[in-house]
Design a protein around this ligand. Structure first.
Ligand SMILES: Nc1ncnc2c1ncn2[C@@H]1O[C@H](COP(=O)(O)OP(=O)(O)OP(=O)(O)O)[C@@H](O)[C@H]1O
Ligand SMILES: [Mg+2]
Length: 320
């Protein structure tokens, strides 16, 4: 499959704090790629680097290509217009991104006015269509409501309508369902799957939740302390994970699913390294039950088997 986004050897630091190192990854045309990792692992930094929206204190090395455009080689104005056409973004604090004193319809309409230069009534009509498209019931009525008058799920749909208004080939969504209850969350995930299949867009979905991964993703990339440690098809990651960290993540998820009442849940011992503390070897080695001296020395080169990549000296399962 063609790669829509190609990330090559990406490294990001906030001043002296290195938070991403050696990340190479593609988002293919027409796929949902989930990036999973615990808090502080660099997920938002990766999403923002791909949209070239990092704050000014960030320094970026490596390359991000979208549709053949080398993003960090573009002048700022070219980047702005490219971003508008290519990327729909749902940022991590999307709920806060809605303007509380403007009806949601007006906020969606503004996207059409700003980018397509259509008249106000035409933009409003398009906004109502966009709200209907994300399955908001009675969109004409909802369009005139203020964000606080909507449920969390409806607000999230309105935010998706804004991000997808111009039918971008790439949607980047940063943990958009974390604040929602389970049922609302699974409705949003089902909606995203449907919209993705309908449009053939690519989706980069950031989450810390294996349940979301299982419900949504075609492929999964696992980030640990700023390093990509495993990438592969969703089934492989869930059923035949190769990295000890992924194995532990999947195990906690399985325990949750099994609902082992009263049993202690499996937990990964220890903590990830503090921010910016890039260890010379594999960042997981202090917590890894299989670590050997070599794991402390140098980050392992990626191993590939077909679609499946793992960065580990001692991969699990049938890799060993
Ligand atoms: N503007 C910034 N300046 C300095 N450090 C930052 C900045 N933004 C993020 N960081 C640090 O970079 C690291 C990665 O942050 P990032 O937000 O990318 O992680 P994350 O995986 O998205 O976490 P979460 O799951 O909590 O959203 C963290 O240690 C964070 O404290
Ligand atoms: Mg984040």
């Amino acid at each position: 499959m063609r790669a829509l986004v190609q990330v090559r050897d990406l490294a990001v630091a906030y001043r002296q704090t290195r938070v991403l190192e050696g990340v190479s990854l593609e988002v293919r045309a027409g796929e949902i790629l989930a990036v999973v990792g615990e808090t502080g692992s660099g997920k938002t930094t990766l999403a923002m680097a791909i949209a070239r929206l990092l704050p000014p204190e960030a320094t970026v090395r490596g390359q991000v290509e979208i549709n053949g455009y080398d993003l960090y080689a573009l002048p700022a104005h070219a980047m702005r217009s490219l971003r508008g056409r290519l990327i729909g973004l749902v940022p991590q604090d999307a709920m806060a991104a809605l303007n509380p004193v403007l009806p949601v319809g007006a906020q969606v309409a503004e996207v059409f006015r700003a980018h397509l230069g259509v008249s106000a009534p035409a933009a409003w009509a398009r906004a109502v269509e966009a709200l209907a498209w994300v399955q908001i019931p009675r969109p004409e009525r909802v369009a005139s409501l203020y964000p606080h008058q909507l449920s969390g799920g409806m607000r999230q749909r309105a935010i998706l309508a804004m991000a997808l208004a111009l039918h971008p080939p790439l949607l980047i969504a940063d943990e958009p369902t974390t604040a929602l209850d389970r049922i609302t969350q699974s409705e949003i995930l089902a909606l995203v799957r449907r919209l993705q299949a309908e449009t053939g867009m690519s989706v980069l979905w950031i989450t810390h939740d294996m349940e979301v991964v299982a419900a949504l993703a075609h492929r999964v990339a696992v980030l640990y302390a700023g390093r990509l440690v495993e990438v592969g098809p969703c089934r492989k990651i869930l059923e035949a994970s190769a990295h000890p960290y992924t194995e532990a993540l999947v195990r906690t998820y399985r325990d949750l699913l099994a609902g082992a009442w009263g049993e202690p849940l499996y937990a990964i011992e220890g903590y990830p390294p503090p921010a910016g503390h890039m260890l010379p070897g594999c960042p997981f080695h202090p917590r890894c039950p299989y670590a050997q001296p070599v794991c402390r020395e140098r980050f392992p080169d990626p191993l590939w088997r077909g679609e499946h990549m793992v960065a580990c000296y001692f991969p699990r399962g049938d890799w060993g």
